[in-house]
Design a protein around this ligand. Structure first.
Ligand code: HEC
Ligand code: HEC
Length: 464
């Protein structure tokens, strides 16, 4: 009996101390650093149309009744997107649009994740690193569903216009819960939703097409002004081929089948055009020009072979650096290599009809363009490093760091977010780099610079 108890105790301790469902780390050395070649893109999009679609479009398809949701979202004093009509008073992260049955509904838009407040101003295209997905969305889904059915009944227009949202909240709720503030589970969200779609014609299937991972790996959100330089999308460069179809992923929710998808995807051609004319925000504080000048050749010697050159003759190599070389947290790339969505995607309408897009995973991460890098803290694909100074001096990186959760806490000296180092993960907004997939190791390329050289490189980075 005693032995049994001890065994149970050991099992419980073991279960609590490991993270279930972590992907196996890729250690296969056959994955090499590589350059991604360009793929022909549709060039006839119109940026203005793209911005209108992002601001007013019905790409999410369903939502909460406007008359109910406007209380939640209708208090925005600044009309950030300069919108008209019902949308003029809504928060920039939400859009009111007519659902398929004509009822006005409200739902989040791309700017929920792809715009952020920085020093009191909303910067469109900047990734939002202040979202908090630690909440229980599964519970929220059940409450919303119950509330809607009590208030309107399941035979109402309101219910009909909400039903799709209800189903995808339920399908994804438990998978998008992260254990870290600021981390964004958009990749998992897409996986949780498309597994209920038949790859060939995108029609709904009750039985999921594949299993979901048990451990949620979430990432930072990349800035959209870099899309114009990229030959592949996402941190692992898994998104290849035609960009319009890749972007359309956020719209699975709103479409019934591949015929509807064909009509809807046309709009994303314009969204791509809008992204391609986006420019990063300029560094708003004084720059020591002399120091920055001296940082340029250092950058070109130590960094350009991966990140490219800037200024008059810009180059960008589109390089995916193998895990073995970059040595940053390996879990996200290791997961991507075996993720079941890759096979689903490559059999699907997205990959099988023109213009084609497809998924090609690599065991590594893309070396991002560094335009506007001063504004995009925290750094690395998992947002584990709060400032450029810490990124380029690895022994200095904090293990637990807390920011206030305020977007006006920018630190012009270390370049990134002001933070305090903590002894453990306690605190409301503490990033814990000891959690699997959120490690702050790797990218040791700044370590060999001297103190003076490092500050020159950082000064130069402010000018990009
Ligand atoms: C829930 C948050 C969220 C929403 C909503 C969202 N995205 Fe994203 N987006 C992300 C995250 C996180 C990534 C990075 C994923 C990765 O690299 O694996 C990303 C990546 C991208 C990229 C690739 C950028 C690059 O440099 O590789 C583009 C382009 C993009 N999103 C466009 C859109 C558009 C257009 C919409 C609306 C239709 C949208 N996103 C909605 C979170 C979101
Ligand atoms: C061998 C290729 C390589 C070299 C050399 C290199 N980097 Fe990187 N860099 C990468 C890769 C790959 C990533 C993305 C790693 C990740 O997200 O896990 C990255 C990420 C970064 C980031 C964070 C980007 C973001 O959006 O979070 C910055 C800033 C950066 N590098 C600056 C530099 C500087 C400055 C140097 C020179 C001192 C340098 N890098 C040298 C490959 C390289």
């Amino acid at each position: 009996m005693k032995k049994l108890l001890i065994l149970c105790l050991i099992l419980i301790i073991y279960a609590c101390s490991t993270y279930k469902g972590l992907p196996e780390i890729v250690s296969d050395t056959s994955w090499k650093t590589k350059i991604i070649d360009p793929y022909p893109q549709q060039e006839d999009g119109v940026a203005e149309k793209g911005f209108n679609y992002l601001s007013y479009g019905d790409y999410v398809g369903s939502g909460l009744p406007y008359k109910l949701a406007k209380r939640q979202f209708g208090r925005s004093p600044k009309n950030v997107l300069q919108r008209e009509g019902l949308n003029a008073t809504l928060d920039y992260r939400a859009t009111a649009f007519p659902a398929k049955n004509g009822l006005m509904v409200v739902n989040g838009n791309c700017f929920t994740c792809h715009a952020s407040n920085l020093n009191g101003q909303v910067v469109l295209g900047l990734g939002n690193s202040f979202s908090d997905f630690r909440a229980n969305f599964g519970l929220f889904a059940n409450l919303a569903s119950l509330g809607m059915s009590i208030k309107y009944g399941k035979k109402s227009l309101e219910w009909e216009a909400f039903e799709d949202l209800n189903y995808y909240l339920k399908a994804s709720g438990k998978y998008i819960k992260t254990n870290q503030p600021g981390a964004n589970p958009a990749a998992v969200l897409a996986e949780a939703i498309v597994r209920h779609r038949n790859p060939k014609d995108l029609t709904y299937t009750e039985d999921p097409m594949y299993e979901m991972p048990k451990y949620t790996i979430a990432t930072d959100v990349p800035p959209l002004w870099n899309v114009k330089k990229k030959n592949a999308l996402y941190y692992t460069a898994v998104g290849r081929g035609d960009f319009t179809k890749l972007l359309f992923q956020a719209s699975y929710l709103g479409i019934e089948d591949s015929t509807a998808a064909r009509d809807a995807v046309e709009n994303f051609k314009h969204v791509v055009a809008w992204m391609k004319q986006l420019e990063p925000p300029k560094y708003p504080y004084p720059i020591n020009q002399e120091l920055a000048e001296s940082g340029k050749p250092l950058f070109e010697n130590h960094c350009s072979k991966c990140h490219g050159t800037y200024g008059e003759n810009e180059t960008y190599p589109n390089k995916v650096v193998s895990l073995g070389l970059v040595k940053t947290d390996p879990y996200y790339a290791s997961y991507a290599v075996k993720a079941p969505i890759v096979e689903w995607y490559n059999q699907s309408w997205f990959a099988q009809s023109e213009p084609k897009s497809y998924f090609e995973p690599e065991a590594g991460y893309i070396a991002q363009p560094l335009d506007g890098i001063w504004a995009t803290a925290p750094y690395l694909h998992n947002g584990s490093v709060p400032t450029l100074e810490d990124l380029l001096n690895s022994p200095q990186r904090p293990k637990f760091w807390e920011r206030k959760g305020s977007t006006s806490d920018y630190d012009p000296k270390k370049v990134g977010w002001k933070y305090v180092s903590k002894k453990n993960s306690k605190g409301k907004w503490t990033y814990d780099t000891t959690l699997p997939s959120y490690g702050n190791m790797g990218h040791y390329f700044g370590d060999k610079l001297s103190e003076e050289e490092r500050s020159a490189v950082i000064e130069y980075l402010k000018t990009l």
